[in-house]
Design a protein around this ligand. Structure first.
Ligand code: SF4
Length: 520
């Protein structure tokens, strides 16, 4: 084994996985983009997703700021030194983090400390296998937290939507559709599903995730599962949940089902929900570490110099009426907005996510938030000494990726913070609950839904990093970054009059789900 070759190719695998969406996934998204109704919020979401995919390629930067759980699936020849390869993979992960291909994304669960290099107990994840070949097959999946939180496991028989669901493929179908309904837009749909029938709780989840290694256009070798996959795909796309949960045709992009033996006493159905930023790539190396083949790759895909390709950005709003907003927002600015409006926000926003919300509700204080805009976001930020767009002349920070994170996690805290600081807008994705909706109404605040995963689009909107707070205490992704943004695109999904687009879509899709399950 020539260590330097393995290291270089694993590092390149990480870069490609983080920045280049695989062609089969892009193809599904593009095909459906053309089918969404022109001018709809679904078409806006997919237009921004499409531009974001192009930008990430051009900049060789993370498609989404959440570079996710780093999971390697590796097959080696019998007798190969797996321990040495594991060390090389870990070194490559640390280097990829320092280069900004990966966000600092690994937190010690007891102390809460971010390890800063994505290494630690259980990080990255390795699945080792041997095979009777001379080559080393390395596949990598990056799966973000927003979609991972929407993964689900059911135990049949169960009652779903008031209907008894028995053990069997019809029960499996009901579980998967129920999981899709529960996810709504919180997992950055359109979702791509890996499903496992059977196994135990641990192996069921593991094998469900393993289905995400399959090519989207493959055919399940078990005809009854192939039929079930097609049926679930068709029915999920009749629920009208749509991209980002905005309503629309594309709710699920693929459904791949595998089965594991189970105990007679158990019948688990495990669903791995993957977001549209479905990052998986692979490489086959020979024993020296030279590349035999790149996997999940289109012919000639990496023979182009994407950095030289021009790209026209229209923020997806062309042909749609967008309202320009500027901070500081007044009460009148906020009250005139209605759920469904598209806005372009300019001015100062403050990032804040889990640690900051908990901190503020446990007695911490951040007076800078007064009458401000909170952005649920954990950006990838690098210290930059080269200057250039988006680099603060004082602090030398450069935002590499900056899309919204799932907001519902802040539901226990958000209403109190809106009231305490007179917050005028909360930006995030996936929507929030009844308590926050009431606080928006009572105190004059709106929820602005960004396009989950569109991290490059939003990084482009950042004109300058104006400051940072609590970075030493919470680590970079959890810090409060003060960002000056320009024309930040978002959809008002919860307004200050008690209207929630999320509730509307959830209600409509619930009725459709019941219709699908009962055949009415
Ligand atoms: S697209 Fe959404 S769910 Fe996927 S990694 Fe990014 S923020 Fe998380």
């Amino acid at each position: 084994m020539i260590a330097s070759k393995f290291h270089a190719h694993i590092l390149e695998l990480i870069r490609r996985t983080s920045a280049f969406l695989p062609p089969d996934v892009t193809q599904v998204l593009e095909m459906h983009r053309a089918l969404e109704q022109a001018g709809s919020k679904a078409s806006l979401a997919l237009a921004l997703v499409s531009q974001n995919i192009g930008l990430a390629k051009r900049l060789s930067a993370p498609i989404c700021q959440d570079t996710g759980t780093i999971t390697f699936y590796i097959h080696t020849p019998i007798g190969f030194d797996q321990l040495e390869l594991e060390e090389l993979c870990c070194e490559a992960v640390a280097e990829a983090t320092a280069k900004g291909y990966l966000r600092q994304n690994s937190v010690e669960s007891v102390s809460g400390k971010n390890t800063g290099n994505n290494l630690g107990a259980g990080s990255p994840v390795f699945h080792w296998h041997q095979h009777r070949k001379d080559t080393i097959d390395v596949r990598l999946v990056l799966k973000g937290g927003g979609c991972e939180n929407m993964s689900a496991q059911y135990s049949l028989p169960a009652t779903l939507g008031g209907k008894r669901c028995d053990r069997g493929l019809d029960g499996v179908r009901a579980c998967v559709l129920d999981a899709v309904w529960n996810a709504q837009g919180k997992g950055c749909g359109p979702g791509f599903l890996g499903v496992c029938i059977g196994g135990d709780r641990a192996t069921g989840y593991e094998f469900a995730k393993h289905q995400l290694l399959r090519e989207l256009d493959d055919t399940n070798p078990m005809p009854e599962l192939a039929t079930l996959e097609a049926r679930i795909l068709d029915e999920a796309n009749k629920l009208d949940i749509g991209p980002m949960g905005f309503g629309g045709n594309l709710t699920v992009g693929s459904c791949k089902i595998g089965a594991r033996n189970r105990l007679p006493a158990s019948f688990f159905v495990s669903i791995a929900y993957m977001c549209w930023a479905y990052r998986r790539r692979g490489v086959v190396l020979d024993a020296e570490g030279d590349v035999v083949e790149w996997l999940y790759q289109a012919p000639g895909e990496f023979e182009r110099d994407y950095s030289q390709e021009a790209q026209l950005l229209d923020l997806g709003t062309s042909g749609r009426k967008a309202i320009s907003l500027h901070t500081p927002l007044s009460n009148a600015d906020v009250r005139k907005l209605k759920a469904g409006d598209i806005v372009l926000l300019s001015g100062t926003v403050y990032t804040g996510r889990d640690e900051v919300h908990k901190y503020l509700c446990k007695g911490g204080d951040l007076p800078i938030l007064q009458d401000g805009v909170i952005y649920h976001c954990g950006p990838v930020v690098l210290e930059d000494h080269t200057g250039g767009t988006g680099v603060s002349p004082v602090q030398k920070y450069r935002v590499v990726a900056a899309g919204p994170t799932t907001s519902i996690r802040e539901e226990p805290y958000q209403a109190d913070i809106i009231q305490r600081y007179g917050i005028k807008a909360v930006i995030g994705k996936g929507g929030m609950g009844a308590k926050t909706l009431q606080a928006c109404k009572d105190h004059g605040c709106v929820y602005l839904h960004g396009i989950g995963g569109a991290a490059q689009i939003y990084a482009r909107c950042v004109e300058q990093v104006e400051g940072v707070h609590l970075k030493e205490k919470f680590g970079s992704p959890e810090a409060v970054w003060v960002l000056r943004v320009k024309d930040f695109p978002a959809v008002v999904t919860m307004d200050a009059h008690g209207h929630s687009l999320h509730q509307e879509v959830a209600d409509t899709s619930k009725g459709r789900l019941q219709g699908v399950l009962t055949g009415t």
